[in-house]
Write a protein that binds this ligand. Structure first.
Ligand SMILES: [Cu+2]
Length: 346
């Protein structure tokens, strides 16, 4: 992964838009009224009025500085696209272990916020198994409040559904709880807390749970896969736990096909828009569509998952962002739910 990231970084530098090349200003400090906090806590400023010439250069410099910071940061976050977890075998059971804890999480470098993590990361690790596998997940609660885990989208037995006072007792602080089931319906699913969820899910207790199908005839042939998890509110507008400019680019070659698994774990809808080429929507909530369709903007509601396939059409840096503009760009430049698709020549 480190080598791939190094390659990505080298590419961005080679484009001549890396460190220093754009000369973004150290002079960005004009007392501009901010239309957005560092993580997108929205407060609208009045639009600039004709004749208000004081600040337009600062707006440009701020925009440029965000891009420069993004390029400098590209390739420095090894877990952004691949969030590791090991499992052990107990007979024929795949055993995973998740530890929930309070953390200070940097959605932006230098701006830690209080949140909750599984195994020290937000989102938690990506669990991936095959349909029919017997799966055991050991959950350690090291937080100072109770919790549970719900297997969102997965047809598990009722007593494994993870809803306190409905299907189980809450997992209290210091306790360990064990879930076990046979991996059911395949697809892009999620796991997350189902207790005090407005704080716990929005604050970071979430992750991707992918079940590969036994019958792969309907699986698209792709060169790369990306897990793309949206969240909002408590930790700001994030992709895989980071806000622009600390997100990471998707990187692929002309002619390649990539699969993006979108997840929305937040409280708001996020219409994700890709510049320059269409997305082929292949699956909704893990279920393959009978008639895949093309779009350039896909609206993802809380709890939804979409799998899309993108054919890399032309080299360049293509913007890729939520199209609710208050989630992505303000006077201070791009922030939140944006990260480009970088397409290289062969
Ligand atoms: Cu959005």
């Amino acid at each position: 992964m480190g080598k791939i990231n190094q390659t990505r970084r080298d590419f961005l530098k080679a484009l001549g838009v890396g460190t220093g090349a754009m000369g973004a200003g150290a002079i960005f400090n004009t007392g501009l009224a901010s239309a957005s906090g560092p993580n997108g806590d929205l407060e609208f400023s009045p639009p600039m009025q004709e004749g208000d010439t004081e600040a337009w250069q600062a707006i440009d410099i701020g925009h440029e500085e965000k891009i420069t910071t993004f390029l400098d940061n590209a390739g420095t976050d090894d877990i952004f696209w691949a969030r590791p977890i090991d499992f052990t075998m107990d007979g024929d059971v795949k055993v995973f272990e998740l530890t929930a804890e309070n953390v200070m999480w940097e959605t932006e470098v230098g701006n830690p916020r209080p949140g909750f993590a599984y195994n020290g990361m937000i989102p938690g690790p990506t669990i991936r198994v095959t349909e029919g596998d017997r799966v055991r997940v050991i959950v350690n609660n090291n937080m100072d409040q109770s919790t549970s885990i719900h297997w969102h989208g997965m047809d598990v037995p009722n007593d494994q559904d993870g809803v306190p006072y409905v299907t189980q007792a809450p997992i209290i602080p210091g306790e360990t709880y064990v879930y076990e089931f046979i991996a059911p319906n395949p697809g892009s699913h999620m796991y997350h807390s189902h207790h005090n969820s407005l704080e716990q899910v929005v604050g970071g207790l979430l992750g991707a749970f992918i079940i590969d199908p036994l019958d792969t005839r309907d699986e698209p042939q792709v060169d790369q896969e990306y897990v793309y998890i949206l969240n909002d509110s408590l930790l700001g507008f994030t992709v895989n736990g980071r806000s622009f400019p600390y997100t990471q680019p998707l990187v692929a070659k002309v002619g390649e096909r990539i699969r993006i698994r979108f997840y929305n774990e937040g409280l708001m809808i996020h219409p994700m828009h890709l510049h320059g080429m269409p997305m082929l929507v292949h699956a909704k909530d893990g279920y393959n569509l009978p008639a895949p369709y093309r779009c350039d903007t896909i609206n993802i509601a809380p709890g939804e998952r979409y799998d899309v396939i993108v054919q890399m059409r032309a080299a360049g840096i293509w913007a890729f962002h939520c199209h609710i503009l208050s989630h992505v760009e303000a006077r201070t430049g791009l922030f939140g739910m944006t990260t480009p698709l970088v397409i290289t020549e062969e």
